[in-house]
Design a protein around this ligand. Structure first.
Ligand SMILES: [Zn+2]
Length: 345
């Protein structure tokens, strides 16, 4: 063994590539740490209000932070920026709304100038607020096409939030790289995703969170809504998997102290919905890396890639719940969590 290296005995456990959470809203160092210690060595931001994701990425790149590596989205491309106009003085021009082609292109350009890796936009309204209707379309296909076109000029892909089918279809037809959530997607939309290679990031655990007390969402309206959404999303995930749509994991949380969603739970849910354990693990590793276009660096245990590695005590191919018990996290070669040696029962 070369000098300066350390041997870690994982004592019969299983070594896996670090998890990729393809839909997060991390905006603090403490949240980034919680994500990393849950086994997530790579994140894709689904927007932050103040470019915190871009800064976290730069801190990781410079070695000040051990991880997780961040694919940053910056400010959400959404009709009403609200307080996010404070993220950059140029956003003041968009205080009246982000709807015209010029406004949409302006916001994409400002994000690109601030160094984002991906643009986050929406085809439908939110599920996580009691007064919004998640099935209601927001941007039209023409608006979404303007966003995708402007992003492409900066070599940046687009991820689109969509629960309802009309907004989801419009986003896929406009050429987004991934649909986030996808609760009410029809076979027609899923077929187009399969044909175009559009990824689905169901963020299933978050819809479970709607239906349960506590967590990121604790509200009676959302509880009722979740009862309707959850079976719909189950159907979508099953159909998407059967049809061969690429599926990646996203816990859709800010990894705050109260959050109850994790990538390991997303993997376990996928298996419950019919995925093979290996495919579910791939959705959180190699497929996630493909979605983020970083397969040259991470997503598999391969010589030459970054050492983004985790260990779990048991064999997740025999019992998928093992992925929820991460005992070792190595981020780009740095040990950031080591709960070994553990006792087998
Ligand atoms: Zn989200």
């Amino acid at each position: 063994m070369p000098a300066g290296y350390e041997t870690v005995d994982i004592a019969g456990g299983t070594l896996l590539p670090g998890f990729i959470d393809a839909h997060t809203h991390i905006r603090s160092l403490s949240s980034a740490k919680r994500a990393l210690e849950s086994g997530v060595t790579t994140l894709r931001s689904a927007s932050t209000p103040n470019y915190q994701d871009v800064t976290i990425r730069e801190l990781v790149k410079s070695g000040v932070l051990a991880g997780p590596y961040m694919v940053a989205a910056g400010v959400f491309v959404t009709p009403n920026l609200g307080e996010s106009v404070l993220a950059d003085p140029r956003l003041g021009a968009l205080m009246g709304g982000v709807n015209s082609e010029e406004e949409l292109r302006t916001l994409v350009r400002i994000n690109a100038d601030r160094g984002v890796d991906v643009i986050k936009t929406r085809g439908t309204e939110r599920a996580g607020l009691p007064h919004t209707d998640p099935r209601k379309q927001t941007y039209t296909q023409a608006q979404l096409s303007a966003i995708v076109d402007e992003a492409a000029r900066h070599n940046i892909p687009v991820m689109a939030h969509a629960h309802g089918d009309e907004g989801g279809y419009a986003a896929v037809a406009a050429g987004v790289r991934s649909i986030e959530h996808g609760t009410y997607l029809s076979d027609r939309t899923l077929n187009l995703m399969k044909k175009n290679g559009t990824f689905l990031v169901p963020t299933f655990s978050t819809v479970v969170d709607l239906t349960e007390p506590g967590g990121d969402y604790d509200n009676p309206v959302l509880f009722i809504r979740g009862q309707h959404m959850l079976p719909a999303l189950e159907w979508t995930v099953k159909r998407a998997y059967e049809m061969g749509v690429k599926i990646a994991t996203g816990a859709d949380t800010g990894y705050g102290p109260e959050s109850v969603t994790r990538v390991g739970m997303e993997i376990a849910n996928f298996v419950r919905l019919g995925m093979t354990p290996m495919d579910a693990i791939r959705s959180a590793t190699s497929v996630g890396a493909e979605l983020l276009q970083i397969t040259d660096r991470t997503g598999t245990v391969t010589v030459g890639k970054e050492a983004d590695l985790i260990a779990v005590p048991d064999n997740p191919l025999e019992d998928i719940r093992a992925v929820q018990d991460v005992v070792l996290v190595i981020s780009n070669g740095v040990i950031v969590l080591n709960r070994l040696p553990f006792q087998k029962e």
